[in-house]
Write a protein that binds this ligand. Structure first.
Ligand code: FCB
Length: 453
């Protein structure tokens, strides 16, 4: 018997997102999204790669569900492509888009798998971007209508809903650093966008509950412990500031405290969110989704640095020099960071439940004699699942853990150059090859425990 066992009800799973796996971008009436536009703009993604074909999941989903069945995980997280449902972002509904997800949900349920549905994983309909996108309040209303339309169709069978995936990334990478769609570089826009995302979360949460009383609604935040690069006062102040921007800006209003005062002051010259929206944002969550990959290592830096206000993140080279092992993304591998984060969330926010909605790592996997022996990924996952177990023992109400990702897929600006899957995808044949980590995860799930040692 393992000493590190998990409750029977624990929801193990894997996660994906529509634009990263589906392909079929012009099929069955789908409209263009901001990621189609962005990835087709020269210089925006690795080698100009796009999601046009991706993993061709739109056609190969029966095979992917078969993989999920073999894995034996009780849950699966995927996202719905808004431009399949509303090709123009609002207005006329495209029934064929809804039909696709309807079949997917039925097939998952038939396989005994609980669907976790993300409504917004970054693929805003281009038509809405043309009208200002998330910087415009009108997009909030369009999102709520989209959410209602999906819940009307799937809410009889889907219980778990995630409104937004990583609003910080949408706001900052999409609208300040310009590394993600729509590729805007303006801090004031980024802060405004973050506020509209949060308001739309609150309104959508209410709308989902009104239509589907048994619904469990959450939001998936990218959260990281923020580590000052040194003990100096300036680095500690920079870390405090970044914690505000990355973590507390989202957590505080979601948990009914309004925006954090220090961050509000820091960002005031860019955008001041109206306090009157804070009740809407604070619509109670059923669970908090946590996406964790690595801590943020922060140092003070002159004004105007790329990470925001007088600070910057340490580079992969600096992290390596400090002795950290890195993934293929250049992210430091720090499993304790997940435990610390979970304990902090419990202590400071008391969420009713926490689900790890993403955790995983990219490594440059290649098949050898038809086999992908991804020992580094196994080590990464084992260490992070162990961290979750320690948090559970410390009393943190963690109800599930989703590996990012089921499949190697389109890693946004990195194109297909970063492999996160527990299933290898050969992008010339689109063949799927379960990696060694797939077998490892299947065993953990079957035993509901980590192996001793
Ligand atoms: C997260 C995204 C997910 C994936 C992983 C690696 O930020 O939510 O789509 O790209 O990172």
């Amino acid at each position: 018997m393992s000493t590190r066992s998990f409750p029977e009800s624990f929801l193990w799973g894997t996660a994906t997102a529509a634009y990263q796996i589906e392909g079929a971008v012009q099929e069955d009436g789908r409209g263009p999204s901001i990621w189609d536009t962005f990835s087709h703009t020269p210089g925006k993604t690795f080698a100009g790669q796009t999601g046009d074909i991706a993993c061709d999941h739109y056609h190969r989903w029966p095979e992917d569900i078969e993989l999920l069945r073999q894995l034996g995980a009780p849950a699966y997280r995927f996202s719905i492509a808004w431009p399949r449902i509303f090709p123009e972002g609002r207005g006329e509904v495209n029934e064929r888009g809804l039909d696709f997800y309807d079949r997917l949900v039925d097939a998952l349920l038939e396989a005994g798998i609980v669907p976790f549905v993300t409504l917004y994983h970054w693929d805003l309909p281009q038509a809405l971007q043309d009208q200002g996108g998330w910087a415009e309040r009108a997009t909030v209303e369009a999102f709520v209508t989209y959410a209602e339309t999906v819940v009307r169709r799937l809410g009889d069978r889907v219980r778990y809903w995630i409104t937004h995936n990583e609003p910080w990334v949408v706001a900052y990478l999409g609208h300040y650093l310009g590394e993600h769609a729509p590729g805007i570089r303006d801090l004031a826009t980024a802060v405004r966008v973050s506020h509209h995302l949060l308001v739309s979360h609150g309104l959508a949460t209410r709308a989902i509950r009104a239509l589907s009383p048994h619904a469990q609604v959450g939001i998936a935040l990218n959260l990281s412990p923020v580590v000052p690069a040194s003990d100096s006062d300036s680095d500690r102040a920079a870390a405090q500031a970044y914690d505000g921007i990355l973590n507390r800006w989202f957590l505080d209003p979601l948990f009914g405290r309004g925006y954090p005062r220090d961050t509000r002051q820091l960002l005031a010259r860019f955008f001041e969110p109206p306090e009157s929206d804070c009740d809407t944002i604070a619509e109670p969550l059923d669970f908090l989704g946590v996406n964790y990959y690595t801590p943020a290592f922060v140092t003070a830096a002159p004004e105007g640095s790329p990470q925001g206000i007088g600070l910057r993140l340490l580079s992969p080279e600096e992290l390596r020099a400090r002795g950290y092992e890195l993934t293929d993304m250049g992210w430091a591998i720090v499993p304790d960071g997940l435990e610390q984060l979970l304990v902090r969330l419990q202590r400071e926010y008391r969420p009713p439940a926490i689900v790890i909605t993403e955790n995983g790592a990219a490594f440059p996997d290649e098949p050898v004699d038809g086999r992908v022996q991804d020992d580094q990924r196994i080590a990464y996952l084992a260490a992070h699942v162990a961290a979750v177990h320690r948090a559970l023992e410390a009393g943190v109400p963690v109800g599930g853990y989703f590996v990012w990702s089921l499949l190697d897929n389109f890693e946004w600006a990195h194109g297909y150059s970063k492999r996160f899957g527990i299933v290898y995808v050969d992008y010339t044949t689109l063949a799927r090859v379960p990696k060694a980590s797939f077998d490892w995860y299947r065993t953990v799930i079957a035993n509901r425990a980590l192996p001793d040692g």
